[in-house]
Ligand binder design. Structure first.
Ligand SMILES: Cc1cc2nc3c(=O)[nH]c(=O)nc-3n(C[C@H](O)[C@H](O)[C@H](O)COP(=O)(O)O)c2cc1C
Length: 311
């Protein structure tokens, strides 16, 4: 099943893994894709690749994309505000094998805002539309998707932003239902996703606040969105897409394999350990961590501890 049929989207199912800087590099993505077959996880995204002062090189783009080993597409996400640089980088990304390009209009980080990129673009729907249109022209016929937050300070421009994305020619709009000002607050407003669905014809991918496998279908039912994207909940339970309840051993195996893959691909040991700890911070799979989270996060021998937890 190719869910995007008729809308040029190559996703194999309605559930998607969110782009997450510092997490969704090829090792993590591969382990998630390996555990969630194409009918359960429809696609994933790279972490954002920042386009600031020059067109990104092919090696950089290939590093983000990694090897294609799974049927699901991995969209390459770009973030920037320079129309020409973004258009040329998108063209190059497709030459390097990206099946689609996603544009980031949600990043709230000061570095992005300083260069008028990420969520800064939400303040100027006309510029956002022009930027999308240029990338769509450079990428044709490959699809270009866009990811926004519900607004910059508030959500009053949401419909206008959704229409700008559609008029720019994007094939899908992901709506992270928090505004930039709301950061990563606990409270989420799924009705904003429904508002985006009602204001445009392109498929909407809802995002924000999915915690369980059951929430995936619930978000679709409650908002009418076609796709659902999961961020942090997938860092705690990479099986969230298929709904498989991992055992403690499977859960530990994931973390150990992750550390191994990172090292194999050139991460220094300390860097790999830091990445594993980043997951442990969120980890819920297999009830492996529980009360021990604090201790585990302080432990320099964490990998031995994980191995012995399931030995
Ligand atoms: C560690 C981390 C890194 C992120 N990096 C990106 C990114 O590179 N690009 C992007 O569009 N969103 C990024 N996000 C936002 C997520 O894609 C997602 O929109 C957000 O976490 C809300 O979804 P959730 O409530 O399911 O976590 C990041 C979020 C986290 C937690």
């Amino acid at each position: 099943m190719v869910v995007g049929v008729g809308s040029r989207l190559p996703f194999t199912a309605p559930w998607l893994l969110a782009p997450m800087e510092g997490v969704t590099e090829p090792c993590f993505r591969e382990l998630v894709l390996e555990r969630n077959p194409p009918l359960t996880l429809g696609g994933a995204f790279t972490e954002f690749a920042r386009v600031f002062s020059h067109v990104l090189s092919r090696p950089v783009l290939r590093d983000h994309l990694g090897e294609r080993r799974f049927p699901q597409p991995v969209g390459l996400q770009l973030m920037g505000s320079d129309v020409e640089l973004l258009a040329q980088t998108a063209e190059r990304a497709l030459e390097c094998g990206a099946p689609l390009v996603d544009l980031n209009f949600g990043c709230p980080a000061p570095g992005a805002l300083r260069t008028c990129a990420g969520s800064a673009m939400l303040r100027d729907p006309a510029a956002l539309e022009a930027l999308i249109a240029a990338v769509v022209r450079a990428s044709s016929p490959a699809p270009v998707t866009a990811k926004i937050r519900a607004g910059y300070d508030d959500d009053r421009d949401l419909e206008q932003l959704a229409r700008a994305v559609e008029q720019g020619g994007a094939a899908m709009l992901t709506v992270h239902c928090r505004t930039r000002a709301e950061g990563y607050s606990e409270t989420v407003h799924w009705e904003r996703i429904a508002r985006a669905v009602a204001s445009v014809k392109i498929p909407i991918c809802g995002n924000g606040g999915v915690r369980t496998h059951g929430d995936l279908e619930r978000m679709r039912r409650e908002t009418g969105c076609r796709f659902v994207m999961v961020g942090r909940a997938a860092l705690g339970d990479p099986w969230i897409f298929s709904g498989h309840r991992a055992t403690a051993a499977e859960s530990a195996q994931f973390l150990l394999q992750y550390a191994g893959l990172l090292e194999e691909r050139g991460f220094p040991r300390a860097g790999a350990l830091a990445r594993v700890k980043q997951l442990v911070h969120f980890w819920s799979a297999g009830d492996l961590v529980g009360e021990k989270r604090g201790q585990w996060l302080r432990d320099a021998q964490l990998l031995d501890r994980i191995a012995s937890a399931v030995a």
